[in-house]
Structures are given as structure tokens and as C-alpha cells.
Design a protein. Structure first.
Length: 513
């Protein structure tokens, strides 16, 4: 064992310091750093430090600030000597930043379009929007009907869908809402509007089948989007199980007949809406995957596309960074309103922002929500923020949009889908099998080790950025072109390949009766 430690200590130790004012660095090596190893600045490790975790670059006295990203991520709870491991138990969470208007909004620069106009092969929808998949969506008005729906979809997929070669899938927009809920409560507008927007998702091609039970509070007619004429089936009106299945399948086939006539055509990238998210994050997220995603986001915005980033608790501590990028005073005010609303929401639940990060994030070197927020914001790129969405809303303009959602992968994904997201780019350092049935999810790993371990789950590896083998620009361009290939149906993500997806998860801050 002693001999092995000596051999490890002789290996070259890599670390990353993000800003010249930082007093900590992150260890890059897969096996971490060993006591006695030296960093490039001459710092000698006083103890073993795991990969992704921080090492002090100077003596840090009790109560002194700990800096990463050039920002104060916390204050030392004890004296920390140079070369020591800086972990979550040594750092006090600073107060949340004030929510006040920043006067820099008028100084935001205009977006410079790319010199080349990019396109993808997509589907033109009856309402003029574009989609990247050709899916039949079936919307239950209440969870009670899902058991029957799942059996009907099983038959459709196994026995009938092969007759419709130009249709990608049949998807149930499963949710746990509809009855036992206070649909008249003010905040019930969030789940109801979310469902109505999901019903007209651009990947569903303008076709919709709504299935209700009959006695639920949220009746099918409450979910009919404006300007649509969906097929509606009410199970309590049918004579038994076989009749229910028969009617669902007959109605589905009418929709499938129309969907099967659609063909891909050349469409401008400006008609894409791309969602950005991170989950199972680690300390590399803000070094590799998220900055590369941010680079791709800039390319998309400069191509005229709509790009959404979200997760309130994971940007709240960097709110001043976002306010500096607000394109207008209205955007500034809306950002503050959404942060205030969520602060109040957490207070009602008797928790605060310290409930995030998760245990896996901490194991990956993220000590607190401030550090996590700095890395999370990196995936938004550098473009001006031109709009802010409340939960359940859809954007009314193109460009970089902040969509206020919880940080939960499943809730955020559902709300981004409701906002019209065609495809989601998802960074992860710890790994996740998360997926969405209605939209492809592109997984970007933060570390080489995760890509090596999950070769058949990770789509793009940003790990070479940490080891110096690739640049943020190179990986960002790879992500951008991969998005266009997925949107055109030329490639598929691993989540698509394995048919991995989670149920929709509505955000419902209203009472359940």
C-alpha cells in the first residue's frame, strides 16, 4: 500500500484555478491528489484531496472569504492552511445577494449574427411552427385514465405504428394532476397552463388526443388550446374496458393518418427552441461542460434561435451577473420578481436555498449553492437576456430567455417542454439516466472518467477541456453541430437509442384538497 502511494505521488498533478483572485484550485486527476504532491504554483498538498475537490492556495484564516470563479463562495469556519483540502464542512454559506435593480441594462451590447445562416431538416406544423420530431401526443385530463392509456399505447406501438413509417412515436403526456386539486386557486394557473402548452408542443405536429375520465375537476374541455380541435374521449361514457381501448385506438389512427403524410424540409435554425439544464453536477461542471454549452448557446442565439436556461435556486446567488446582462429594464424587473416569488415559496415550505446542493453534488466537490450557481450560470453563455418566463409560460420572442423553474430535473424539463423546447442539452458530472419522451436530451459529461464509464449514455464529452486536450470553443462547436444533426433526424442521442425517459412532473404550488 505504501509503495502504491509513493508511485501515485510521482504522477503529474493537474489543478485548475479559474480566476487570478481565487484562493482555491480544483484537482483534475482521476485519483485525486496525494499528500506531498505539488501544484504548478508550488503549493504542496498536506493531505489527499479527491478529484473535483478544492485545495487551498494560501493560508485562509477563520472568517476569511473563500474565492472561486473570482467570487466569494463562502467563509472559512476554521483556519485552513495552504495545501489543505477545502471541503463543505469548512465553509459557511454567505447571505443571499440582495434583489435590487442594476443600472447596467442599457449598456448591454447587441447580438452580432453569424456570417453563415444555418438550417436543419424539420417538420412544418399547421400553425406555422416547426418541429424536429413527428409524434402523436395523447393528453390525459386526469391521472385516473393513465392505466388504460398505457395499454392502448402498448398496442399502438407493437401492432399499429409500423403501418406509419413517418411517425416517430406515440407518447402519453402522463401527469399526476386533474382531480383532488384546487383548480380555482390562483397558483393552479401554473399546472393548467403547463398542460395546455404541452398539448401544442411543436414536436407533436398539431395532432392531439385528449382522454378524460368524466368526473374529474379538470375536465377535458379545460385543456383544449385555442385554435385547436382535438379528438376527445371520455372513459365513463364507454361500455367497458374493450370499448375504451377500441375508441382510443380508432381516434389515434385518425391522427396517425395525418401525421404520416408529413415530411422533413429545410428550416432555419432561428425556429429552434433549445433548453439548457444540468443535473448530477460536480465542480467540473462550471469548468468544462457548462462553459462549452454556453459557447454553443451563443452560437444558437447568434443564429436567431431561442435558448432557455432555468433553475431558480441554481442562479439565485448569481443574480447580479444576470441583471448585468438584462437587455431591458423590464427584463431586470421580471428577473427580480421571479427570484422574490421563489424566495417566498421556499419560505412557505420552511426551507431556504441551503437545501441545494444534493449529496452527490457535494461528493463531486460542490460545497454549497453559491459555488453551484456560479457553475450553473456558465451554460447560459454571454448573450443578453431578452425575456423572462414565469413557470408554465411560453416565450414571445427569440434570443436568450430565462425560464424560471425549480432546479429539479424532472420539473424543469416539463416546464421547458411547456415553453416549446425542441431539444434539451444536459450537462452532468456524476451521471444521470434522465430523459424526455417528447424531446431529445443531449448528455454532456464534465469528466473523461464519466464518458469512459458511460460510453453508451454520454453523447459528448467535455472532459478534455479540463486536461488541456480541447478548448471550450472546440467542444462548444461540437455541441452546436450535434444539436443540428439531432434536430434533422440524422443522429439520435443515447437516451433516444435506449428509449429512456421520465414521466412529466408538473410544478403545482397550489393546494391539493
Amino acid at each position: 500500500m505504501e509503495k502504491k502511494m509513493v508511485e501515485t505521488a510521482r504522477e503529474e498533478l493537474q489543478s485548475i484555478k479559474l480566476d487570478e483572485t481565487d484562493n482555491v484550485a480544483v484537482i483534475v486527476n482521476e485519483k485525486g491528489g496525494c499528500e506531498g504532491q505539488s501544484l504548478s504554483d508550488g503549493t504542496i498538498l498536506r493531505e489527499n484531496v479527491p478529484q473535483c475537490h478544492k485545495v487551498a492556495l494560501e493560508d485562509i484564516a477563520t472568517g476569511s472569504p473563500i474565492r472561486r470563479y473570482g467570487k466569494i463562495i463562502g467563509y472559512a469556519l476554521q483556519d485552513i492552511l495552504r495545501g489543505g483540502w477545502v471541503n463543505e464542512f469548512m465553509i459557511a454559506l454567505p447571505n443571499a445577494p440582495e434583489l435590487k435593480v442594476n443600472s447596467a441594462a442599457s449598456e448591454v451590447q447587441m447580438v452580432m449574427p453569424l456570417s453563415r445562416a444555418y438550417t436543419f431538416q424539420g417538420y412544418r406544423n399547421p400553425d406555422g411552427t416547426a418541429g424536429i420530431r413527428n409524434i402523436l401526443g395523447i393528453l390525459p385530463s386526469v391521472q385516473c385514465v393513465v392505466g388504460v392509456l398505457q395499454q392502448a399505447v402498448k398496442i399502438l406501438r407493437q401492432d399499429i405504428l409500423k403501418e406509419y413509417p413517418y411517425v416517430d412515436d406515440v407518447v402519453v403526456l402522463n401527469h399526476n394532476y386533474g382531480c383532488g386539486v384546487a383548480i380555482q386557486a390562483p397558483e393552479a394557473k401554473i399546472p393548467i397552463q403547463t398542460l395546455k402548452n404541452l398539448a401544442v408542443h411543436p414536436n407533436l405536429g398539431g395532432e392531439l388526443l385528449i382522454v378524460g375520465l368524466g368526473c374529474e375537476k379538470l375536465q377535458p374541455n379545460c385543456l383544449i388550446p385555442d385554435g385547436t380541435n382535438p379528438e376527445i374521449i371520455v372513459l365513463q361514457e364507454k361500455n367497458g374496458y374493450a370499448a375504451m381501448l377500441d375508441d382510443i385506438i380508432k381516434s389515434a389512427k385518425k391522427c396517425l393518418d395525418r401525421l404520416n403524410k408529413r415530411r422533413r424540409e429545410k428550416i432555419s435554425v432561428s425556429e429552434l427552441t433549445i433548453g439548457l439544464q444540468c443535473g448530477g453536477s460536480d465542480a467540473f461542471s462550471g469548468i468544462t461542460a457548462n462553459p462549452a454549452i454556453g459557447y454553443a448557446a451563443d452560437l444558437l442565439v447568434r443564429s436567431g434561435a431561442t435558448v432557455m436556461f432555468s433553475e431558480v435556486t441554481e442562479v439565485r446567488d448569481g443574480i447580479q451577473l444576470l441583471l448585468q446582462r438584462a437587455a431591458t429594464a423590464e427584463v431586470e424587473k421580471k428577473l427580480i420578481v421571479e427570484m422574490q416569488w421563489y424566495d417566498h415559496y421556499l419560505t412557505l415550505g420552511q426551507v431556504d436555498r441551503s437545501a441545494n446542493p444534493a449529496p452527490g453534488n457535494k461528493k463531486g466537490g460542490l460545497t454549497n449553492i453559491v459555488e453551484k450557481a456560479m457553475g450553473s450560470i456558465a451554460k447560459s453563455g454571454t448573450m443578453p437576456i431578452v425575456g423572462v418566463l414565469s413557470p408554465g409560460e411560453k416565450p414571445n420572442r427569440k434570443g436568450l430567455i430565462y425560464a424560471a423553474t425549480p432546479a429539479s430535473d424532472f420539473v424543469c424539463g416539463t416546464l421547458q417542454l411547456a415553453a416549446g423546447m425542441h431539444l434539451q442539452v444536459f450537462s452532468t458530472g456524476r451521471g444521470t439516466t434522465y430523459g424526455l419522451a417528447m424531446a431529445p436530451v443531449v448528455k454532456v459529461s464534465t469528466r473523461n472518467e464519466l464518458k469512459d464509464k458511460w460510453r453508451d449514455l454520454i453523447d459528448i464529452n467535455a472532459g478534455p477541456i479540463a486536461t488541456g486536450e480541447a478548448s471550450i470553443k472546440e467542444i462548444g462547436e461540437e455541441i452546436f453541430h450535434f444539436i443540428l444533426s439531432i434536430a434533422s433526424g440524422e443522429k439520435e442521442t443515447w437516451a433516444q437509442h435506449w428509449n429512456l425517459h421520465n414521466d412529466l412532473c408538473l410544478f403545482n404550488p397550489a393546494p391539493v384538497t
